[in-house]
Write a protein that binds this ligand. Structure first.
Ligand code: 26Q
Length: 824
């Protein structure tokens, strides 16, 4: 294929690959080729692929510079990349050649691939979405760079203690050299904190003093699929400006001098492990400013190299804010323009508001970012002045449009009144952006009608749109499920390199939905993937599971709104029901293996209790000979991208059961469906759009709708009905847990009380409907296996919309106004 053979040597032939691997063993690793272990072989192979990536990276970036098109920048505090080697080989189209080369050297390429550590620079959905978007931008030849932080410690490793509770261990992922990054020790920027700010009458100012930290660039090449185009993620590492603080050094205070260098390096030490929950730590705000300041300085330097006048900045630059985390980029660009480039305030604001786009990922109140004014004042005094100036002008405009509406002004202001006052980052992000979007239709609708209602009335609705999330079919189909990918290719008669970049083409398998031979092949792929997962479960947990049973999977961050507890209580109900049957009756029961995985934020008490209860219920259920054949419950520790790659192809059903209106989109729902697993879900997030595409008859929906949730919560507060009346089935199960049937009777009371008392997430209201949906699942799976396979085939066929290629092209065309720049 054309993209493989550039003028300069991307390794495509077996002899040259093998030669390069041996060369890297001897030079890069400084080891002997004759007694190499897997880790050494992995390192040498990775460096050979790295060489390939760097050649394409250089050519792409040179091409971009020469053509000088408008570029987009994706600012994200999280890039949840997972492993790189397999993905790079597949995107470069060199996997087969490498497999053969590695075999010639006495190694198995799959073993090397499996020995790689995940790059876990993200919490969950938002971080993985950023990774999918970078893959799609390169594959679709869109000139886009990501900007983020090079955390020394990524997402913590999850361990399960003997009592079932979660323990967190650090993730020192950089202790072995990282072949996938290119240090750019010459690309550095100074970033200031604290100090003193002056403001003059023209709203320009000076910021001086305080403390400076250096940002050092590390580049991560992102290869496109079946193209030479290779994009970039630039990650910043913090370093002390000088090795020592000279003042304290001269004063003889050596210890303090070294401490200050420690505090600079502390900035990019660790990823905050909170998902959908704001924590107001000063260090987090420092991370946010450090990263946005370095990224903007870098973007500005690149812009200035084009010699265009500053007012043309928005013609060459689009910056997308991945949630409110990078919102400081708005006042920072104002500061650069007004204080450093001497642009008049009004012109600067016009430039800013043509440059930024803001993607919102949540409507949960506890996740909306707000920062105390006193903290902000101390850390970023000049930015606070700029925010006050933006706010003042904005409120005047609101007052003009809606005279006398004091409450509206209070709601829309960038400053939330109180002791202390808070800065509302979402409001700032809206004001400073050209366009604002949510991540699924329902979510975008909720954004427009709830948290940003006032802003829609003020700006008009054309500023507020939707881009439904997507996932990359390279990693989430071809890479994790090669057998299904091959079956699709042979069935639709379109080359893989074509349909993996135009996912709507998989509709072609619909012709074969009634074809018995195809059905058998399709079912065999699923079965093989389940066996692969069963082998993993056996080797890690020592549990034997029956691959002929239905695999029922819920994997995601542990959070009350995602309602893992609803699933668990459903499992207990199933357990008690099976136990109540005679041995003869049990033979008709649909066999299930129920799998949970996911991390709880270390400070989230109820989420951690949920894990503990799952693990202890599993112990009781799995030890019961009466039910062993029919029900297995598992909690797989340390959920990660690479574990997801094993789970996603192996589900018969997966659960996406958030209280309606709470899950902005979800993206694993797309991954599971794309791999032939059906959904049990609420009418929420992207579940709705998946059902629109695959047909509602192929999704097991249950529960109350988003529109009625508020009314129900009102009833809970003012006309509470005891659980016993609402759902006797649920009441019984809660009592079983309370009675100590699953151990530690008292320990789980706080978790059970969230349901018995306010039940904010409506478990009592949705439980019976959930059981009905599950009964439908059991009936169809056990009584109509062919019908099930047809549903599964149809679902896969209709998933074209959910490619992240579609999503990235919507951003490019409708939000950034940028075009493809193909490297020939
Ligand atoms: C904020 C302030 C301080 C500390 C941490 C945070 C923080 C960190 C991560 C807040 C939120 C997050 C992550 C949010 C997230 O992953 N949201 C998910 O985004 C997905 C992609 O759009 C959606 O599919 C999910 O529905 C949404 O929950």
């Amino acid at each position: 294929a054309v993209w493989k053979s550039g003028l300069r040597g991307v390794h495509t032939e077996v002899p040259s690959i093998a030669k390069s691997i041996v060369n890297h063993v001897q030079t890069t690793l400084a080891r002997q080729a004759y007694n190499l272990d897997n880790a050494g072989a992995y390192g040498a192979v990775a460096h050979t692929v790295r060489d390939d990536l760097i050649i394409n990276w250089n050519d792409t970036q040179m091409h971009y510079t020469r053509k000088a098109p408008k570029r987009a920048y994706y600012l994200s505090l999280e890039f949840l990349m997972g492993r790189t080697l397999d993905n790079a080989l597949l995107n470069l189209g060199t996997k087969d050649a490498y497999k053969e080369s590695v075999a010639k050297l006495g190694f198995n390429v799959e073993d090397l691939i499996d020995s790689e550590r995940d790059a876990a620079l993200g919490n969950g959905g938002l971080g993985r979405l950023a990774a999918c978007y970078l893959d799609s931008s390169a594959s679709q030849e869109i000139p886009l760079w990501g900007y983020g932080l090079r955390y020394e410690y990524g997402m913590f490793q999850q361990l399960i203690a003997t009592d079932g509770s979660q323990l967190e261990a650090p993730d020192p992922w950089l202790t072995h050299a990282n072949p996938w990054e290119i240090p750019r020790l010459d690309v550095t920027y100074d970033v200031r904190f604290y100090g003193h700010a002056e403001r003059f009458d023209d709203k320009n100012g000076i910021w001086s003093g305080g403390q400076e930290v250096v940002a050092v660039a590390y580049d991560v090449p992102i290869p496109g699929y079946a193209t030479k185009n290779t994009n970039n993620i630039r990650l910043w590492k913090s370093a002390p400006k000088r090795g020592f603080d000279l003042n304290s050094f001269n004063a003889g205070d050596y210890e303090r001098a070294v401490e200050s260098s420690n505090s600079a390096e502390a900035l990019t030490k660790v990823l905050y492990p909170n998902d959908n929950h704001m924590v107001g730590k000063e260090l987090r705000l420092k991370q946010q400013y450090f990263w946005t300041a370095a990224s903007l300085a870098d973007i500005m330097r690149r812009f200035k190299n084009t010699d265009k006048p500053i007012k043309e900045f928005p013609d060459l630059v689009a910056i997308q804010l991945n949630d409110t985390h990078p919102t400081l980029a708005i006042p920072e660009l104002m500061r650069i323009l007004v204080d450093e480039e001497e642009v008049p305030w009004k012109d600067a604001w016009e430039i800013v508001t043509k440059t930024f786009g803001f993607t919102n990922h949540t409507v949960l109140p506890e996740a909306l970012e707000r920062w105390p004014v006193p903290l902000f004042q101390h850390l970023l005094p000049r930015h606070l002045q700029i925010i006050y100036d933006i706010d003042f002008e904005f409120l005047q405009a609101v007052e003009k449009k809606f005279p006398g509406d004091r409450e509206k002004l209070a709601r829309m202001s960038l400053i939330q009144e109180g002791m202390p006052q808070y800065i509302r980052m979402a409001n700032l992000a809206v004001l400073g952006s050209k366009k604002v979007n949510g991540v699924a239709e329902l979510h975008s609708q909720l954004v427009r009608t709830t948290i940003l209602k006032d802003f829609v009335e003020f700006y008009g609705s054309s500023k507020f749109g939707n881009v439904t999330n997507g996932v990359t079919p390279r990693r989430w189909l071809d890479q994790c499920n090669p057998d299904l990918s091959n079956l699709i290719t042979e069935t639709i008669g379109v080359p893989k390199t074509t349909w993996l970049k135009d996912l709507y083409l998989i509709k072609g398998i619909l012709d074969k939905v009634d074809d018995e031979t195809f059905q058998k092949k399709f079912a065999a792929v699923k079965r093989k993937n389940k066996e692969r997962l069963a082998a993993y479960i056996h080797s890690t947990l020592g549990v034997t599971v029956d691959a002929s049973a239905m695999f029922d999977i819920q994997v995601k961050r542990i959070h009350e709104y995602k309602r893992q507890t609803l699933n668990l209580l459903g499992v207990i109900h199933r357990y008690l029901s099976i136990k109540a049957l005679t041995p003869e009756e049990r033979k008709k029961v649909n066999k299930r293996v129920v799998i949970f995985a996911g991390k709880a934020a270390p400070g989230y008490y109820i989420a951690k209790l949920t894990i503990r209860l799952i693990v202890n219920v599993a112990r009781v259920i799995n030890a019961d000979p009466d039910t062993a054949e029919y029900l297995t419950l598992l909690f797989l520790p340390d959920y990660s991208v690479s574990l997801a790659e094993l789970l996603v192809p192996a589900s018969d059903i997966s659960q996406h059961i958030s209280t309606a209106g709470t899950e902005a989109s979800g993206t694993s729902n797309m991954k599971f469906t794309l791999n032939g697993g059906l959904l049990v879900g609420t009418v929420d997030g992207a579940n709705i759009e998946i059902a629109e595409e695959v047909g509602e008859e192929n999704v097991f929906f249950f529960g109350h709708l988003a529109a009625t949730v508020e009314d129900i919560r009102y009833q809970h507060a003012y006309h509470p009905v005891p659980v016993e009346q609402k759902s006797p089935a649920l009441a019984r199960i809660l009592n079983e847990v309370s009675s100590g049937r699953f151990g530690d009777a008292h320990v789980y009371e706080p978790l059970l009380n969230t349901i018995r008392q306010s039940d904010y997430y409506l478990l009592t209201d949705d439980f019976d409907s959930y059981l009905e949906a599950q009964k439908m699942v059991d009936d169809i799976y056990s009584k109509d296996p062919i019908g099930w396979i047809k549903r599964s085939i149809t679902s896969v066929a209709c998933m074209g919309k959910f490619s992240s290629d579609r999503a990235i092209m919507e951003y490019a065309e409708e939000y950034w106004n940028i075009e493809r720049v193909k490297l020939e």
